[in-house]
Write a protein that binds this ligand. Sequence first.
Ligand SMILES: Cc1ncc(COP(=O)(O)O)c(C=O)c1O
Length: 393
Amino acid sequence: MVSTSKAPEKWAAKVPQLDLGRYARLVSEKWLRCLKNITDSGKVLNGPHKKAFEEEWAAYLGVKHVLGVASGTDALVLSLEALGVGRGDEVIIHANAFIADVEAIIALGAQPVLVDMSSEDLGPDYEALPNVVSERTKTIIAVHMLGLPCNVGKLIRFSEKYNIPLIEDASHAHGAAVQELHGVEGTGGRGKKVGSFGKINAFSCGPVKNLAALGDAGCIATDDTALYEKVKLLADHGQAKKYEHVVYGWNSRLDEVQAAWLRLGLTTLDERNLRRAAIYLRYVKALRDLEPMIDRKEGPPSDKFPVFHRAVFFSKRRDELQGFLRARGVETGIYYPHALHEQEAWKRAGLPAGSFPVAERYARQNIALPLFPEMTEEEIEYVISSVREFFRR
Ligand SMILES: Cc1ncc(COP(=O)(O)O)c(C=O)c1O
């Protein structure tokens, strides 16, 4: 039977939230030569690019060790396992974090313990942290959400006071840094990079990240040689020598294609992060009078160097605004639409609505405007005029 109903028109963004193809086209000539070298060499795993990426990224972060793994989720699981997290242990995490942080805890049979989100930044509610410490608390994961560094000074003080190792999840924050403040040692100039403060730290380098692979990829970063060796062992089938398996691990490798693409990305990471910051500040300046469109009128605090993984703003009329922008061809995102305890997967553990009011309000109000380094001036202006038009009506 032939359907007579008209197929719905396909929506095409006039301004996409992110366009990975534009960056790829800029580097394609160089990249294709590099790719040919990899495929011609026949060495696609455990080759020179993985090693070089690990060294270059470790030097950039100012840490002793980086190990490339297959994904950010793996990096989290491996970090937790290397710290000895297992059945019955508790891990603190903030309610606005990403689901992978909880999944990694659950995968090891441990229990995620939520705190609300900070109203100071998008990290954990620092004042609430001591209230959830128990004798089963094994570690805390702090996510530098959307490129905005957490208050690492407060996190380090908490970690030291309660002897609870800190894991930074810096998946949104490649290149973000904090100034030398609160007794935190920096490297001068543009501060000390996030992902270098915790006992062991996890990065996703998935395709939409500021430092992105062509597919799934991730890494851990640490100054602790014993932890690094442990992760290395676990990520390689628990293999101490070829076919000598001293523990059960699994397989988590950063392959040569991903490592080479990441190395290429690293050469322009700072430059592209600066362009992100410039676009974000354009938005802030152009939209600051639109109460309550944003509540960070002054831009980022001066002791932090955020990298604007997303251009997140806030509005009580978020859904309406998102619909309006969509109708004008402006693609936006929400990171994320639900707090962790509001997800269906968590619900069986039963934390009622209202348990974490800051994270819940944030989930209802956040909206990310288009942001990627290759955006054109016309696109930026179009986004600004579209948002202004919404609030003018
Ligand atoms: C904050 C955060 N942590 C962890 C992950 C998981 O990383 P992956 O997708 O590489 O497994 C993501 C992925 O988007 C993330 O945003």
